[in-house]
Design a protein around this ligand. Structure first.
Ligand code: HEC
Length: 162
C-alpha cells in the first residue's frame, strides 16, 4: 500500500515537468510567425521536388536495380514530406501575404479535400519506400508516376499561378 502511494507520487513528480513542457511547446506553436511558416513550407517543397525528381530519374527513367540506393532516396522523401500537412494548419491568405505565398485560400475553405490529397501524398511516399526496400521496383515505379500526377492535381486546385 505504502509502496503504491510512493510510486504514484514518484510518477506525478516525473510527469509534471513533462506535461508542462508539452503545454509550453503547443503555446509556442500558436505564436509562430506566419511568414516563417510560409518560408519553411516553400523551402521544404523545393527539397521535396529535388528528391522526387532524383528518385523518379533512378526508378522510372533509368529503371535502376539498385534497390538500396533508391530505398534510401525514397526514405528521405518520406521524411521530408511528413511535416507538410502541419505546415498548412495556420491560415495564410494571399491577400495578407501578397507575393510571399502561392497557397490559395481554397486550402482552408475546402480543408477536407486538401487534407485528403496531402495525406495521400504522405502515405504514397511511405509506400514507395516500402516497395523499394522489398525490391519491388516496377510497382514502385508505377506509384511514383501516380504520385507525380498528385503533385499536379493539388497544384491545379490549391496553388496559384502567382
Ligand atoms: C496536397 C497538395 C500538394 C501536393 C500533393 C504537392 N504540392 Fe507542391 N505545393 C502545394 C502548395 C499549396 C504550394 C504553395 C506553398 C506556398 O507558397 O506557401 C506548393 C509549393 C510547391 C513548391 C514551391 C515552389 C513553388 O513553385 O511554389 C514546389 C517546388 C512544389 N510545390 C513541388 C511539388 C512536388 C514536386 C510535388 C509532388 C512530388 C508536390 N509539390 C506535391 C501543394 C501541394
Amino acid at each position: 500500500m505504502k509502496l503504491t502511494a510512493l510510486m504514484s507520487l514518484l510518477g506525478l513528480l516525473l510527469w509534471t515537468p513533462w506535461l508542462q513542457a508539452q503545454q509550453m511547446s503547443s503555446t509556442q506553436a500558436e505564436s509562430v510567425d506566419p511568414e516563417a511558416i510560409i518560408k519553411f513550407r516553400i523551402q521544404r517543397f523545393e527539397e521535396v521536388e529535388k528528391t522526387f525528381k532524383a528518385l523518379r530519374f533512378e526508378v522510372v527513367v533509368n529503371r535502376s536495380q539498385d534497390r538500396y540506393a533508391s530505398y534510401k532516396m525514397a526514405n528521405t522523401l518520406a521524411d521530408q514530406v511528413q511535416p507538410l500537412l502541419e505546415a498548412f494548419r495556420l491560415r495564410t491568405d494571399q491577400q495578407r501575404f501578397a507575393g510571399k505565398t502561392r497557397a490559395r485560400s481554397e486550402i482552408w475553405v475546402h480543408r477536407d479535400e486538401f487534407e485528403e490529397q496531402m495525406i495521400d501524398f504522405i502515405v504514397r511516399t511511405e509506400r514507395i519506400a516500402e516497395l523499394l526496400r522489398a525490391g519491388n521496383m516496377s510497382e514502385a515505379a508505377n506509384l511514383i508516376n501516380v504520385t507525380a500526377k498528385g503533385c499536379k492535381r493539388c497544384h491545379r486546385m490549391f496553388r496559384s499561378r502567382w
